[in-house]
Design a protein around this ligand. Structure first.
Ligand code: ADP
Ligand code: MG
Length: 393
């Protein structure tokens, strides 16, 4: 990827890049829609990254003052953004909005980028729930660190990237994606307390287990209100229960207040409260190499998202049913949908020695049942954001 970025840079701009940075996508192993409820999530960085190669702009690049130009492998297109502070978000969200937001906020935080030209190569699937958006924001913030020659406080950097997504992409996401993309470590998943913003790195080193990621390759058309509606239902439930966030509620509290809640508020809250418990338990199971337990929690998480949070879809349910049909003897400990929902990916905890068989199995059976070819890959926990090189030339 790095070599590809360099050669594309040389091809487009006729010189060598000065800075090369990267940031990974992520998969959330368990803990869905808990982040904005101040709860727990358990993601890992994947070995798929967004790499940016860049160099200071030169007059021959034809850029205006304070401009930067980026070519992306996604759609092979070029965009122009501003490196100046004070750029206002726009109502529409072109792919450059994520970059613009991050550059603007970095400039305002004292990490200005000088005008630059860049190429961006990514093998994180876009819009598949593996957070190509965070990989993009975090790689751009890392580029600003490389350009300004200063290191941002890691938590501030994550929050800045999240703010870019909120304000410039109009997506009110939690903090998980930016934290894991920035701070992921090889051989570790991250138990993140989304209230304190304190990550705990949990070893995931057993070579006998692997994480299989199956992109359903469906993304159901949403009205755009699904995410805000669920967020609102959670906030309303918390308010009725008299807690700051659902993180502070228990199932006993929820059941005691059942009469005061609508059926929808009740089942949404039930998902969040039980999912928080499952996430903490899964991290403990991971530490203990108890893969059977961890897999059971993943299946329970899926059922809760299907029945209570109602964010799965038939294709994702099919993938999880196929996983369950294999069972532990067939090499699958557990599986669930991952990401925002209504399409995107499923994540499965599997036996490493069964990976090849399972990839063929899921590909064949999923296509037979849905008519859609899935995209399947396996990943170890990967590294977080990195300045890959920074030449003085
Ligand atoms: P996810 O984060 O799950 O991949 P999102 O909808 O949050 O899905 O973000 C995907 C959007 O982010 C893309 O539609 C595009 O606008 C932008 N994006 C992410 N990575 C890239 C990239 N490498 N090149 C261009 N745009 C990108
Ligand atoms: Mg995203």
């Amino acid at each position: 990827m790095k070599a590809q970025a360099i050669s594309q840079f040389v091809k487009l701009y006729g010189r060598e890049p000065k800075w090369i940075v990267s940031a990974p996508g992520r998969v959330n192993i368990i803990g869905e829609h808990t982040d904005y409820n101040d709860g727990f999530v358990f993601p890992m960085a994947i070995e798929r990254r967004t790499v940016i190669a860049a160099a200071p702009a030169e007059p021959s690049d034809g850029l205006g003052e304070n401009e930067a130009k980026i070519w992306t492998s996604a759609g092979e297109q070029t965009g122009v953004v501003s490196v100046a502070p004070g750029v206002a978000p726009t109502a529409d969200v072109p792919w450059t909005a994520y970059i613009q937001g991050t550059l603007t906020l970095c400039a305002e935080a004292g990490f200005p980028a000088q005008p630059f030209v860049a190429v961006m190569i990514s093998d994180v699937p876009l819009g598949g729930g593996l957070s190509s958006s965070a990989a993009l924001e975090v790689s751009v913030a890392t580029l600003c660190e490389a350009i300004s020659g200063k290191t941002m406080d890691p938590v501030k950097k994550c929050l800045l990237c999240q703010k870019a997504e909120h304000e410039f992409a109009h997506m009110p996401c939690g903090i998980m994606d930016q934290f894991i993309s920035n701070l992921g470590q090889p051989d570790h998943a991250m138990l993140l307390d989304c209230r304190s913003c304190v990550p705990e790195m949990v070893p995931l080193t057993d070579p006998a287990v692997s994480i299989l990621i199956i992109n359903s390759n469906v993304k159901h058309a949403l009205t755009g209100s699904e995410y805000p509606e669920r967020r609102a239902a959670c906030e309303q439930a918390a308010q009725i229960l008299g807690v700051k966030a659902l993180r502070d509620a228990t199932m006993d509290m929820l059941n005691a207040a059942k009469d005061k809640l609508t059926e929808t508020q009740y089942i949404r809250a039930r998902h969040v409260i039980t999912e928080d418990d499952r996430t903490v338990e899964a991290a403990a199971a991971c530490k203990a190499n108890d893969w059977v337990k961890m897999g059971e929690l993943m299946y329970q998480s899926h059922a809760s998202m299907r029945d209570d949070f109602q964010i799965t879809c038939s294709e994702l349910d099919t993938l999880v049913d196929l996983a369950a049909a294999k069972g532990v003897d067939g090499g699958v400990y557990g599986a669930r949908m991952t990401g925002g929902g209504f399409g995107g990916c499923a994540v499965a905890l599997v036996k490493t020695d069964a990976v090849e068989d399972l990839m063929a199995y899921f590909a064949k059976e999923y296509e037979a049942k849905t008519g859609i070819k899935p995209f399947i890959f396996v990943s170890r926990p990967g590294n977080g954001s990195a300045i890959e090189s920074c030449s003085n030339g």
